[in-house]
Design a protein around this ligand. Structure first.
Ligand SMILES: *[C@@H]1O[C@H](CO)[C@@H](O)[C@H](O)[C@H]1NC(C)=O
Ligand SMILES: *[C@@H]1O[C@H](CO)[C@@H](O)[C@H](O)[C@H]1NC(C)=O
Ligand SMILES: *[C@@H]1O[C@H](CO)[C@@H](O)[C@H](O)[C@H]1NC(C)=O
Ligand SMILES: *[C@@H]1O[C@H](CO)[C@@H](O)[C@H](O)[C@H]1NC(C)=O
Ligand SMILES: [Zn+2]
Length: 305
C-alpha cells in the first residue's frame, strides 16, 4: 500500500480490523459512552465533536482558504467504499487546503460521512444545539511535515497533524445534482466491503457550501476510536442541501456479514465537553468593519474641501 493510502486507511481502519471493538450503538458495552475502554484518549479533554455555542465563540477574520486541486476532472476522486460504520471516498492526485487560519498546508486523504436514522439526528457537530441530518468530513494531513512516509508520526500526537473540513447538510425540496454521482454510488455499496467506481467526475469544490468564509474552528480529535487529539477542525456554518430521497440512500447502507448484517444506523458520535478550549468563529461580522471605515473615509475626503 502506498503511504498516502495507508494513512487514509488507518484513520478509519479500526472499523475494518477491529469491527467488534466499537460501535455507534447507544447503550452498548462498546458504544460511544464506553469508547474510553477501547482507547483511553476517547475520555480526554480535547475530544470531538462539540456543540458550537455561537455567543461563546471568539470572532476572527482570517485570510480566505486557498484550495488546490479541489475543482478536479474525472478520475481524481475514483470511488466510494462501504467500509462499515461509514461510506468513504478515496482520493487520487493532489488536493489541498491552506490559509483560513490553518497552521500549514494540508493534503486531502479521504472523504466520509456521518448520518442518522431520522432527519432529526445525524451530524456530529451541532450549532446552538441544532443537529443536522448529515455531515461530511474531508480529512487532510500536514503533508509537508510528514512527507507521506511517517504514519506513526501522523498518528502519535502532533496536535496539528490533521485538518478536517466539516460540511453540514439540510433537507431541501429538490435533489442536489452535485450529489447525484455519490448517491448513485451508495445504491451500489449497500453491503460492507463493496466499492463503486465513479462514472462521472466528482469534485470536492462542488461539495462545499458557497460561503467558505463563515466557519467555526477549534482543536479536537478524530471522532472514532482511537480518538486521537490531532485535528484542527473547521465546520462551515452555511449548509448544503440534500433531498429526502438522497438521504434515504445513506440510511440503506448496512455493515457486518452473514447473520450479523445490520443497518449502519446512527453513524455519529454524540457531542463531547468543550472544557477550556477556545472556539473561534470566522465570519462576515469583522470584515464589514474595515469596509465601513473605508466608506466613512471616502465620505470624509469628499466633505473636506
Ligand atoms: C469499561 O468496561 C467495564 C467492564 O466492561 C465497565 O464496567 C466500565 O464502565 C467501562 N468503562 C468505560 C469508561 O467505558
Ligand atoms: C470547475 O471547473 C469547471 C471546468 O473548468 C468550471 O466550469 C467550473 O465553474 C469550476 N467550478 C468552480 C466551483 O470553480
Ligand atoms: C519528500 O521526500 C522526498 C524524498 O524522500 C523529496 O524528494 C520530496 O521533495 C519531499 N517532499 C516534500 C514536500 O518535502
Ligand atoms: C490549537 O493548539 C495549538 C497548540 O496548543 C495552538 O497553538 C493553537 O492556537 C490552537 N488552535 C486553536 C484553533 O485553538
Ligand atoms: Zn468523520
Amino acid at each position: 500500500m502506498e503511504p498516502l493510502k495507508a494513512i487514509s486507511f488507518l484513520l478509519f481502519a479500526l472499523s475494518l480490523t477491529d469491527a467488534a471493538k466499537w460501535t455507534y450503538e447507544r447503550g452498548a458495552a462498546t458504544g460511544p459512552a464506553n469508547w474510553g475502554n477501547v482507547s483511553a484518549e476517547c475520555d480526554e479533554r480535547r475530544q470531538s465533536p462539540i456543540n458550537f455555542v455561537h455567543e461563546d465563540t471568539i470572532s476572527v477574520s482570517w485570510k480566505p482558504f486557498k484550495f488546490k486541486g479541489y475543482n478536479t476532472s474525472t478520475g481524481s476522486i475514483p470511488r466510494i467504499n462501504n467500509i462499515g460504520h461509514t461510506a468513504m471516498m478515496d482520493l487520487d492526485g493532489f488536493h489541498s487546503v491552506s490559509e483560513g487560519g490553518l497552521p500549514t498546508e494540508y493534503q486531502a486523504l479521504q472523504v466520509h460521512f456521518h448520518w442518522g436514522k431520522t432527519d432529526a439526528v445525524g451530524s456530529e457537530h451541532t450549532i446552538d444545539g441544532k443537529q443536522f441530518p448529515l455531515e461530511m468530513h474531508i480529512v487532510h494531513y500536514a503533508y509537508i511535515r510528514f512527507n507521506g512516509s511517517d504514519i506513526d508520526a501522523v498518528m502519535s500526537g502532533d496536535p496539528d497533524a490533521l485538518a478536517v473540513l466539516g460540511v453540514l447538510f439540510e433537507i431541501g425540496e429538490e435533489d442536489n445534482e452535485e450529489l447525484a454521482e455519490i448517491i448513485k454510488g451508495l445504491t451500489e455499496i449497500t453491503a460492507e466491503g463493496q466499492a463503486y467506481d465513479f462514472q462521472e467526475s466528482v469534485s470536492l469544490i462542488d461539495l462545499l457550501p458557497e460561503d467558505k468564509s463563515s466557519f467555526y474552528r477549534y482543536n479536537g480529535s478524530l471522532t472514532t476510536p482511537d480518538c486521537h487529539q490531532i485535528v484542527t477542525w473547521t465546520v462551515f456554518t452555511e449548509t448544503v442541501p440534500i433531498s429526502q430521497s438522497q438521504m434515504e440512500q445513506f440510511r440503506a447502507l448496512t455493515e457486518g456479514s452473514g447473520s450479523e448484517v445490520h443497518s449502519i444506523g446512527d453513524a455519529f458520535r454524540p457531542v463531547q465537553p468543550v472544557y477550556d478550549r477556545d472556539v473561534f468563529y470566522n465570519g462576515a461580522v469583522l470584515t464589514t468593519i474595515p469596509s465601513l471605515v473605508l466608506v466613512m473615509g471616502l465620505i470624509m475626503i469628499h466633505l473636506i474641501p
